[in-house]
Design a protein around this ligand. Structure first.
Ligand SMILES: [Zn+2]
Length: 248
């Protein structure tokens, strides 16, 4: 059954308020989470079908900080904080979710049976494996961008070339970003090129959100505030929920 769009936005606004103003509630929610090592299994719905799982992938981590801003801010830290907010919203609103990482760590050593290649290759394969083993209906990877021209800014959503579902999910996410968060943003969702391993190897619908440019002073300053990160998380969460409800 299709969920009412305004209803989703309404509950998401409640989530923004909770996440922005109540560190206690947020800490409680985070503390209630199952560690990623014990992947949560999908909830069983009334009709016996499995609820659709959202796999949330905070980019980089551990020895791989991703892009680094002029002030030393690591992309991997911002990625994790936004992903945690999305994960908390999933818990609040009853969408089964799994995080590929919950800490500043590489996934290179997560699966001892996978020893081929270097740490980066094992890390990326580990992320896919977490998503596959949770039978995710959508993989949402969270990143932040960097560019030599400091004026470049704005959230940009990429999609896996693996089919129409990835295209649809990214379209919803970019539309939500442009309509609800960044009215000046004219970006359109873009097919991932071969350099984005996760989107090119994923079999399930998969998208990647570059949540802003840490090379842009204003966007970096915003991304360092809990309120703005929560806003980004809410928009991406709402888009994911909308996609999952359309497919459900
Ligand atoms: Zn990245």
């Amino acid at each position: 059954m299709k969920k009412d769009f305004t209803g989703i936005v309404g509950v998401v606004l409640v989530g923004v308020i909770l996440l922005t103003f109540s560190g206690t509630v947020y800490s409680f929610i985070r503390g209630a989470k199952t560690p990623v090592s014990a992947v949560r299994t999908a909830a069983v719905m009334d009709d016996g079908a499995h609820a659709r799982v959202l796999a949330i992938d905070p980019g980089h981590g551990g020895e791989d900080g991703g892009a680094v801003a002029a002030d030393g801010t690591k992309e991997s830290d911002i990625d994790l904080l936004i992903a945690e907010d999305i994960d908390a919203l999933c818990l609040l609103f009853g969408i089964p979710s799994v995080m590929t990482r919950n800490a500043d760590e590489s996934l290179a050593d997560r699966f001892p049976d996978d020893t081929a290649g270097g740490r980066k290759a094992r890390d990326l394969r580990g992320r896919l494996r977490v998503a596959e083993e949770s039978d995710a209906a959508l993989l949402l990877s969270i990143h932040a961008n960097k560019f030599p021209d400091p004026s470049v800014h704005g959230i940009h959503v990429f999609y896996s070339p693996n089919g129409d579902d990835s295209l649809a999910a990214a379209g919803i996410a970019q539309e939500y970003v442009n309509e609800k968060l960044q009215p000046e943003n004219r970006k359109e969702s873009k097919k991932a090129d071969s350099s984005i391993y996760l989107l090119n190897r994923a079999k399930m619908p998969a998208i990647l959100a570059e949540c802003g440019f840490i090379s842009n002073g204003d966007e970096l300053a915003a991304l360092k505030t809990p309120g703005y990160r929560a806003s980004v998380a809410c928009v991406l969460f709402a888009a994911a929920a909308e996609y999952l409800s359309r497919k459900g």
